[in-house]
Design a protein around this ligand. Structure first.
Ligand SMILES: [Zn+2]
Length: 434
């Protein structure tokens, strides 16, 4: 069991990291260094030798290794990002970078995404130093920059330029899993992520004939673009069940005593009620139009019009995604990836998954662990290039009145102290046995 000091430190560190403003506005506008130094100091205090690594000055990553007792065992990567998305202070009940602890709740940007997990990792590692605990496997601890933008200064840089630091790592854990999902009917689920959809951010360009707005124009770029955008936005993507989504549906159906009829998934989702939220965004690819850009004067037809689409595809369904986009855009509109990231698939029948499940169930005996696939992506995508299979495991026990999903990148992001304590205990138990 993690000691009282670890429980105190996880709150202190969550708050302390929130107070260091690491807002990532994209385009390189972020400074993680003070947060990286904060984390590195605490790792050094636990007898580790953290390395500070930068591709760009100020965009600092931290990596440290804890040697395990079994040198033949593969290493496990435990990673968390240090940057956060912007927060508009005027919208918040407390200042988003105050790290205020009020009525048993830590407030601020990063409280759930994911300075909480960074703090949990630090608290656990430090408690091990006090107790003389060594894990079985080598643990590689990484705190990264730039997760909320391109990861080019963060995990992407580490994977490309410092693969030696991750030698022996076969599996990894990070954000977005093992939090309490209340189903509204008294059941508490703990979804652990075993996969991510891939990211395909697209730029569409329509070309046509520029001219006067009062003349006949059958080659209007705006019309062509609008038609393509409408086709994409209205497209009904077919069902594509990955092994993780299949397992999620099967386990949820069993939990609710429903027949797991995978031939009629939409009906099955309906029967699952609120729990369907955990799966519904990952049973098919998706493509949402999000930005339009065309024209400069009302009575001038522009020669070109541009749109952006937020596309996501499941593991094994990327080729189909590309082919479908070719078809939907048609001959007058071209498309390209503005940003492209792979989809991930992790096995749910692995020993590691069983250990994560056991650790959660030990501290939340009333909870039900289920696998799920993330609809978006994390640093695990970059680390997958090193052959590391990523899971989403950042345990939090949350009260029913806290809408965890809405707190991600949301206003009044906050985390209860008790949730952090639970997280430390579960993470400690899991990492000892992993
Ligand atoms: Zn995150």
């Amino acid at each position: 069991m993690a000691d009282q000091q670890a429980l105190d430190e996880v709150v202190e560190y969550t708050s302390g990291l929130i107070r260091i403003d690491t807002t990532n506005r994209g385009g390189g506008d972020c400074q993680e260094r003070p947060a990286a130094e904060y984390a590195a100091e605490r790792l050094a205090g636990a007898g580790l030798e953290p390395l500070l690594l930068e591709r760009t000055p100020g965009r600092t990553n931290v990596v440290a290794r804890i040697e395990g007792t079994d040198p033949s065992a593969d290493a496990l990567l435990v990673h968390g990002h240090l940057d956060v998305v912007p927060a508009e202070a005027a919208d918040w009940s407390v200042h988003p970078f105050s790290g205020e602890v009020r009525d048993g709740v830590v407030w601020g940007r990063g409280a759930v995404d994911m300075k909480n997990m960074d703090a949990m990792i630090l608290a656990v590692v430090r408690s091990w130093a006090r107790e003389g605990v060594r894990p079985r496997r080598d643990l590689v601890i990484a705190f990264t920059a730039d997760e909320e933008a391109s990861a080019e200064d963060g995990s992407g840089f580490l994977a490309d330029r410092h693969p030696e630091l991750f030698e022996g790592c076969t599996e990894g854990i990070s954000e977005s899993g093992a939090f309490t999902f209340h189903d509204g009917a008294g059941r508490q689920l703990y979804p652990i992520a075993a996969g991510e959809r891939g990211t395909g951010w697209l730029k569409l360009t329509a070309r046509g004939r520029a001219g006067h707005g009062s003349k006949v124009n059958r080659e209007n770029a705006v019309t062509r673009l609008a038609a393509a955008v409408t086709r994409i936005g209205e497209h009904e993507w077919p069902l594509r069940l990955t092994p993780t989504v299949r397992a999620a549906l099967t386990e949820l159906a069993a939990l609710y005593g429903i027949e797991a009829d995978l031939t009629d998934v939409d009906r099955l989702l309906e029967k699952l009620g609120p729990a369907a939220k955990l799966v519904e965004a990952t049973v098919r690819n998706s493509a949402n139009p999000t930005m339009l850009d065309a024209g400069y004067k009302l009575n001038v037809v522009p020669g070109e019009a541009v749109a952006h689409i937020d596309g996501r595809y499941l593991a094994g369904a990327e080729e189909e995604f590309r082919a479908t986009l070719d078809e939907l855009t048609g001959p007058d509109v071209t498309w390209e990836f503005a940003h492209h990231e792979v989809a991930l698939q992790a096995p749910v029948d692995s020993a590691l998954f069983a250990r994560m499940r056991a650790a959660v169930e030990e501290f939340a005996p009333e909870g039900h662990v289920v696998p799920y696939c993330m609809s978006g992506g994390t640093d695990a995508k970059q680390f997958s290039r090193l052959g590391i299979t990523g899971y989403g495991f950042a345990p939090l026990k949350l009260p029913e009145d806290l809408d965890y999903q809405a707190l991600f990148h949301g206003v009044d992001e906050r985390v209860p102290v008790e949730a952090l304590h639970f997280g430390v205990q579960v993470l400690d138990r899991f990492l000892r046995t992993a």
